[in-house]
Design a protein around this ligand. Structure first.
Ligand code: PXG
Length: 289
């Protein structure tokens, strides 16, 4: 594997950054997780737009343009012969001193890794997943805004650990008001009266690119989509429930906090949207070869 660091490709073993990089010392930086399908980078423009928005919120100047990053991501897939895979793009604050002041950092670093990802076993997509609500709430907008895809993922990691302790793969995170926000690395949807519902971004969800894609696909199929505040009660009484994310794609959920959702099997609307999502990945994206 060859890793892109600041304009050059390095063999995996030589792909290293300084221990004085504030990305490591403080989690000061931003990232994107992107997928390639069938020789195309899926939704690359949307991922780069979100990367620039995350960086802007942190006053982090990305030392490359949108067009340069597009070329670099495609090139990283090409040199690694990744046609179906996963791209991790990071921008760190760069090398600084042992104090948290970012003004002491010389220049942000851009790192691009192209490899593969399999978050959950394939059977889980057939049978459906069990999830639980966890004690750790989603970050407040007034603290670290949950819209920022920063290198500091401890809020989500704590929730993931709590899910693991409960013996399940994924956690439902509520916000400080008790409304459903999202899961640790995925957005959450339910089906109610045949309509699709997902928490509003103001509830503390990431502006998920898979979320937006699924909402578009549902509307194209004539399904109404709304973004109301949701409580745990709404999840328990949903007809269907599923999660969306670049890594996870679309995961059916069949149990929440011990309550069986709908029939206890992946629902029809979930299956239909999954098929449409995979069909879209076959025809859309930035060509690699
Ligand atoms: N919420 C959070 C907190 C995320 O980190 C999503 C929602 C889904 O957003 P997208 O834009 O991907 O639909 C994410 C993204 C991983 C991994 O390694 C996690 C994500 C994406 C790719 C890989 O666990 N999370």
């Amino acid at each position: 594997m060859k890793v892109f660091i600041d304009g050059k490709f390095y063999p995996e073993r030589a792909a290293k950054i300084s221990v004085f990089d504030h990305g490591l010392l403080y989690g000061d930086g931003v990232f994107e997780g992107i997928r390639a399908y069938h020789g195309r980078v899926f939704k690359l423009k949307e991922h780069l737009d979100r990367l620039f928005c995350s960086a802007k919120a942190l006053l982090l100047d990305i030392p490359m343009t949108h067009a340069q990053l597009t070329r670099a991501v495609v090139e990283t897939c090409r040199v690694n012969r990744v046609r179906n895979g996963y791209v991790r793009l990071l921008v760190t604050r760069g090398v600084g001193t042992l104090g948290l002041n970012p003004n002491r950092c010389q220049r942000p670093s851009v790192i691009i890794i192209a490899g593969s990802i399999q978050l959950y076993p394939p059977e889980l997509y057939e049978r459906g997943m069990e999830i639980v609500t966890v004690p750790t709430t989603r970050n407040l907008h007034s603290a670290v805004n949950p819209a920022i895809k920063s290198l500091n993922y401890l809020n989500n990691i704590l929730a993931k650990i709590e899910a693991n302790i409960a013996g399940v793969e994924e956690a439902v995170m509520l916000n400080a008001e008790g409304y459903v926000a999202e899961c640790t690395g995925d957005n959450l949807f339910i089906v109610k009266n045949g309509e699709l519902q997902t928490p509003p971004l103001s509830a503390g969800a990431l502006y998920g690119i898979t979320r937006a894609t699924v909402m578009d696909l549902a509307r194209e199929a004539g399904i109404k989509v709304t973004e109301p505040n949701l409580t745990r009660y709404d999840l328990f009484n949903a007809e269907e429930c599923f999660l969306t994310g670049t890594g996870a794609e679309i995961v059916p959920v069949v149990k929440v906090d011990g309550r069986v959702i709908g029939s206890g099997r992946p629902g029809d609307l979930t299956r239909m949207l999954t098929e449409r999502y995979h069909a879209l990945t076959r025809v859309s994206g930035e060509p690699i070869f």
